[in-house]
Design a protein around this ligand. Structure first.
Ligand SMILES: [Fe+2]
Ligand SMILES: [Fe+2]
Length: 198
């Protein structure tokens, strides 16, 4: 995987700002993914009428979430010395730790970034939005029509779409024979503990 800083690779349109942190390390393909997540988040923010300050939190989390996705294993380890588990699950915690060192103090933004691969029962709207947008952005090749439909429904049925996304992600984890980590099953249980929206 090519590794290089990409913060200046292409300008971020004004409607999608803020932008990548200067310390981001990700491939051009991954940057395309992050930009599509930002576009989806911005479109949801607009149709849901969220205030600018909240929209800014959403976009900060989006640009941070995969910022270290292509960083070296050594760098990831350096930022997450106490995080157990496979290296693929370290880019979120590493980016959150780096963002915190950089001055990010918003707990909701940091938790959204830190747990974006796993889910978190205690998430506020930033984490929930990012979890869904990361999965529903249109560049992923699988299940395009169903995912596009979920993306369209998110603004009016946030809870139902979030549950559908979590169900698919959890099923994939189980079908792959991977362990279901504690934050993930707690997140799932929190989603099904409340009645489905009418
Ligand atoms: Fe990620
Ligand atoms: Fe992502």
């Amino acid at each position: 995987m090519p590794q290089h800083p990409v913060a200046s690779a292409r300008p971020t349109p004004p409607g999608l700002r803020p932008t990548l942190p200067t310390w981001a390390v990700l491939s051009p393909e991954r940057l395309g993914h992050v930009q599509r997540v930002a576009e989806l988040a911005a479109s949801w923010a607009e149709s849901m009428g969220v205030p600018d300050s909240e929209r800014h939190r959403w976009l900060r989390a989006v640009w941070l979430h995969d910022a270290l996705r292509d960083a070296s294993a050594e760098d990831l380890e350096r930022w997450t010395p106490s995080t157990p588990g496979p290296v693929e699950l370290k880019h979120g915690p590493a980016a959150a730790a780096r963002a915190k060192a950089d001055g990010e103090v918003d707990r909701g933004v940091l938790d959204a970034v830190r747990y974006h691969s796993l889910g978190l029962a205690e998430w506020d709207m930033v984490g929930r939005m990012l979890y869904a947008a990361d999965f529903l952005e249109p560049g992923r090749e699988f299940d395009r029509a169903a995912r596009a439909d979920l993306a369209r429904r998110f603004p009016e049925d946030t809870r139902g779409v979030l549950r559908a996304v979590a169900r698919r992600r959890l099923a994939h984890t189980v079908e792959s024979g991977w362990p279901v980590l504690e934050p993930t099953f707690r997140f799932w249980n929190s989603l099904v503990a409340t009645p489905a929206p009418r």
